[in-house]
Design a protein around this ligand. Structure first.
Ligand SMILES: *[C@@H]1O[C@H](CO)[C@@H](O)[C@H](O)[C@H]1NC(C)=O
Ligand SMILES: *[C@@H]1O[C@H](CO)[C@@H](O)[C@H](O)[C@H]1NC(C)=O
Ligand SMILES: *[C@@H]1O[C@H](CO)[C@@H](O)[C@H](O)[C@H]1NC(C)=O
Length: 434
């Protein structure tokens, strides 16, 4: 007895200090690097997951429903927990299914486990997969540098299969869904650390320097000391009541972020388009405007595309058009186009939002793509006559702009081109100050 007392006392002390260590530091925000893959033009991030922790490279899917990773190959961990049918986790994830598995138990193969449909939104391929949780570890931030690493022991994700990785950038083991669901990365981080349900993405236009994603409130500071969370323009985020996922249940809303574009102007002149295409049909979910990180360029419904190209070419009269370079339709000799701080000197394109005075102005750096030394193309592509969504604002158009998504108030804050403020999305100081 005499010797068990100090031992018990020591254990109690250790567990108290372990609990203190976990609770005494609560991050205000988290930060992840986002790189651009030069061959696929996908945006990639990296989290540390499992026990022991390993870095996992993931394609960022802004409207994606959750984190999914390949559990078939190389998933080694001692801390995976399947989500049991009927559990609070299954409920949170909105899964009503219950699965069994006939081989030996492992992550992705368990009995009495609820499932969801991991979706490769690059190739539009989906499969079924188990919901489970494991440790996820990321760096906190004060908005200026990365700080202490924080770990979440029960981070929910879905097990995908190796074949589902096809079409993802080399090395990617899954997709990081930032969409409007209860189990997307922003929602789980906010719930775990009790910070506001806000996140921001700032995509780099360079494949050599990382952009950044912040989870939680600003500041979001870019060198040389520019807080990109200030002077944002706000517009409501709109819910599309019909899911845009490859597999969904009836009545499930889309996890994508839609905004209310009311008209398009080029050089302040209204482009004549069928504005019915800009609203979301509440019955079938067609139409509207969303923002996507899995489309490298903005995709426009054919009639909108044709009208925009025509108006743009008109406004750029005097500059010789050259042969088109796929996937673009309007290309120009760059010798005849000057340059400005915000890219090639071309007509500005405005996406007019909730009122005439609120618009998202796209300058040359975001509208034009340099396809060769002498050729610049208008970086929009034709989405066909009957696409699900009429306007999908793609990666090139949001690079070097900070976008903040506030899930609690359902609004988007956007900075317009950071080049005006003499910084870029590649200017977050990733040197840790922990
Ligand atoms: C699931 O249950 C069946 C029947 O009891 C059993 O044969 C199988 O091995 C179990 N699978 C797992 C992954 O535990
Ligand atoms: C909305 O979609 C439904 C189903 O496809 C269709 O019947 C209806 O005409 C559409 N409404 C409008 C305003 O286009
Ligand atoms: C980046 O942050 C580190 C750590 O705070 C600091 O020492 C360094 O000076 C910063 N770099 C620049 C260019 O400001």
């Amino acid at each position: 007895m005499a010797s068990s007392f100090p031992f018990f006392f020591l254990c109690a002390l250790l567990s108290i200090s372990a609990a203190l260590a976990q609770t005494s530091f609560r991050p205000k925000a988290l930060v992840l690097p986002v790189t651009k893959d030069s061959s696929t033009l996908q945006y990639l991030t990296r989290i540390n997951q499992r026990t022991p922790l390993v870095p996992v490279s993931l394609t960022v899917d802004l409207g994606g429903q959750f984190l999914w990773v390949d559990c078939d190959q190389g998933y080694v961990t001692s801390t995976y927990r399947p989500a049991r049918c009927g559990s609070a986790q299954c409920h949170l994830a909105g899964s009503g299914s219950c699965g069994t598995c006939n081989s030996a138990p492992r992550p992705g193969c368990n009995n009495n486990t609820c499932g969801l449909f991991p979706d490769n939104t690059i190739t539009n391929t989906a499969t079924s997969g188990d919901l489970g949780s494991d440790v996820v570890s990321v760096q906190s931030t004060d908005g200026k540098n990365p700080g202490r690493v924080v770990s979440q022991s029960n981070f929910l994700f879905v097990c995908g299969s190796t074949f589902l990785l096809e079409g993802l950038a080399s090395g990617a083991k899954g997709m990081a869904g930032l969409g409007r669901t209860r189990i997307s990365l922003p929602s789980q981080f906010a719930a775990a650390y009790s910070f506001p349900r806000k996140f921001a993405i700032c995509l780099s236009s360079s494949t050599r320097a990382s952009g950044v994603a912040f989870f939680g409130n600003g500041p979001y500071v870019l060198l040389p000391n520019v807080d990109a969370s200030t002077s944002l323009i706000y517009t409501p985020l709109i819910i599309n009541p019909v899911s845009t996922a490859a597999v969904s249940s009836e009545g499930e809303a889309s996890s994508d972020y839609f905004i209310g574009v009311k008209s398009i102007k080029i050089n302040e002149k209204v482009v004549p388009i069928n504005t019915n295409l800009l609203s979301i049909n509440k019955t079938d979910g067609y139409g509207g405007t969303k923002i996507s990180t899995v489309n490298p360029y903005t995709v426009l419904q054919t009639s909108i595309y044709n009208a925009v190209v025509k108006a743009f070419v008109n406004e750029l009269s005097g500059v010789p058009r050259v042969a088109s370079v796929a996937p673009f339709g309007a290309c120009f000799s760059s010798k005849n186009i000057g340059s400005t701080r915000v890219g090639p000197a071309v007509p500005q394109i405005d996406l007019v939002l909730q009122s005439e005075s609120v618009y998202w102005r796209i300058f040359g750096a975001n509208s034009m793509v340099q396809v060769s030394d002498n050729v610049l193309c208008l970086g929009f592509v034709d989405g066909g006559a009957n696409p699900r969504t009429s306007i999908v604002i793609g990666g090139h158009q949001i690079e070097d702009n900070l976008l903040q998504f506030d899930l609690a108030t359902s609004r988007l804050g956007f900075s317009s081109s950071l080049l005006f403020r003499q910084t870029t999305c590649a200017n977050f100081n990733f040197t840790s100050n922990a």
